[in-house]
Structure formats: C-alpha cells, structure tokens
Design a protein around this ligand. Sequence first.
Ligand SMILES: C[S@@+](CC[C@H](N)C(=O)[O-])C[C@H]1O[C@@H](n2cnc3c(N)ncnc32)[C@H](O)[C@@H]1O
Length: 367
Amino acid sequence: MTSRQVAFRVLRRVESDGAYANLTLAAELDRSRLSDADRRFVTDLVYGTTRMRRACDALVDRFVTSPPDPATRTMLRLGAYQLEFAGVPPHAAVGETVALAPKRTRGFVNAVLLKVSTTPMVWPSQWARLSYPDWIAERLVAELGEDDAREALQRMNAPATVTTRADGYVQDLSSQWVAAAVEAVPGEVVLDACAAPGGKATALAAAGAHVIAGDARPSRAGLIATNAKRLDADVATLVADATTPPFVAATFDAVLVDAPCSGLGALRRRPDARWRIEPHDIRDLADLQGRMLTACAQLVKPGGRLVYSVCTLTAAESIDHPIPDGFEVDHRRPDVGEWRPFRHGWRVLPQDADTDGMVVIRYRRAA
Ligand SMILES: C[S@@+](CC[C@H](N)C(=O)[O-])C[C@H]1O[C@@H](n2cnc3c(N)ncnc32)[C@H](O)[C@@H]1O
C-alpha cells in the first residue's frame, strides 16, 4: 500500500467508526511495509487532516453543491490538507489523492481539488481557519482573552515536541513541573491517586519518595507497573477509584490528584480530541474531579500537601473547585516551571514554553 492509501484507511476508521487516531495509526503502520520517511509522512497526513478537518471542509465546501459520500469526503479532506497545510506540490497532492478514488468519483475529486489548489481562500472565521469547534475557541477566549486563546489554539495545531527526562522517560515539560510542584523529599510516602501511565509517579519516586500509585482502570494501572519496573522506581501500583480511595485518613505526607480532564491544554497530543469533547464533558469531569479532591484530601496527614493538577485551561476544572475543608492554599510560586498566576493556582499556556497547557493548585492541611 502507498502512504496515502494507509492514511486514507486510518482516516476512514477515525471519521466513520469513531476510532482513535493514535491507536488506529499505530496498528496500520505496524501492518504496513513503509519506510521510516513514509511513516512520518502518513503520520502527518493522518494527524494533520484530523486536526484541520474543519478548515479542510471549508476549503472544499466552496465547490460542492451537495454533501459528498463519507469516503469521498475523507479523500477531499486529505487532498485539501496536502494542498493547504502540508506543502505538498499541487500536481502530487491532486494526482495521488485522485488515484485513491474509485472510477465513479474520480472526475469529481479531481475537479474539486483542482479548484481548491487554484482559488484563494477567504476564511469564514478565524476559528474555521484554525480548525476548532466554535465552542472550544469561544470557551478559551472567555477564559484567556482573545489574543492568548488564539495563540494557544495555534500552538496546539503543531505536533508536540518530545522531551526526555534524565532517566529516559519521555514526558512533557509541564508534567515534569507538576511532579516537581509536589516537592517530594526522600523517605516521604506519597499517593498519586490518578497515576497511569506513571509519568509523575516515577518522577516522585526519583525524588526519593515511596510512591503509591493508583488508577481506576486495570489496564492503565498495568502501564504504571510496567513503567516503574523499567525505571526501577519505588512505586507500588494498585487499581483504585480516587473518589473512594482504599486508605485510612491522614496516611500520606503528600497526595497528588492529577485528575482526568477535558484535555483542552493538550490538544496537540490528540488530534481527534477537539472533535470528541463536548461542552457537557467539562461539567461531568468537574463533578468527578470535585469528588476526587474531597475524598483524597482526607488522606493527607496534618501539615501535609495536597496537589491538584489538570492538563486543561478552564477554571471549571481547576480553580473553581472549593478549597477542601481544613486546607489552606499554598500561595508560593512553584520553583520549577513557567507558571502564570491563575487566581489561587498556577497555569502554563501552550505558547509560554512550548509545552502542554496545565493548571496546578497546591494546598496544605492544617497541622
Ligand atoms: C491525567 S491522567 C494521569 C496521568 C499520570 N498522572 C501521569 O503523569 O502519567 C488521569 C488518569 O486518571 C484515571 N482515572 C479516571 N477516573 C479515575 C478514578 N475515578 N479514579 C482514579 N483514576 C481515575 C485515568 O484512567 C487516567 O489514567
């Protein structure tokens, strides 16, 4: 199969079956016999076409009068992405994409893509150009102001940079900063209540803490164990629900709640996420997070620390959570990281240091 045939197959599964882009891509690349350069090209085609879906549709829809069938729609998106965003020369972008089409639609795909390649675009809106659902753009504008929101959205259209820790674990810098904000010291007992795949848990262990790492999903808890073993990290893994954690009160020197969230700060990592998340998810997640925070707060020893973090940028999922009873906010700026003050918490935007967007809040239990 050619690169574009592989990309097309993955995109069809993502767009029509709701498959996850990263998992489907990995599976198809494993089955293919493509060179490393071709694999990189397929990855860009799949992730780029997925991210830029709205923009590609806007480019194409100028020239179609009735909605194309789903497979033709996918081809047109793939062609438009190559023409507008991937820098593929027009003759290759059009010719190679048309070659994917069955005879009955070939003429149509060819005509539309030729039009796209030759007609300057007037974008209907900046959010169509940046290819986000309006609700996400509007939400970030309300949270960050228009300039920061636009810049954050722009940054999240580029692939994530890869950062590797001294022990070889690949982890975004902003996640490393969250782990550092726990300020674990040798000999402490620290709970990481939402720990899979174990990035922060293993960082806490590297600081000398005895780490207990829980995750609600057994398959994900297995990832923590695998990573801890590989890094020879002092991490005990268990399957546990952070809303009903199986520990007696006041057990831990510090507890990290790195909560499941809408991921609106980490959209560059999940090209299809922007099309999956819905506004009600933020409310549902905020409710879950609040229950985790309340339950996990009980586990902190008097005088101990509770650290809450999310890879999103919204107040609803971070600083709007009530401060747990018996705790006060630790107002110190975390030592490590490019944190901006965010009411009683700290936030990093994707454009600040080319990281994921993240919020961290630190609390201390009264002694
Ligand atoms: C942001 S991720 C954690 C990332 C991890 N701390 C790291 O640095 O590698 C959130 C995790 O919460 C887990 N999770 C979801 N609901 C949970 C619950 N009720 N209790 C515990 N973990 C949960 C998810 O399976 C997911 O692995």
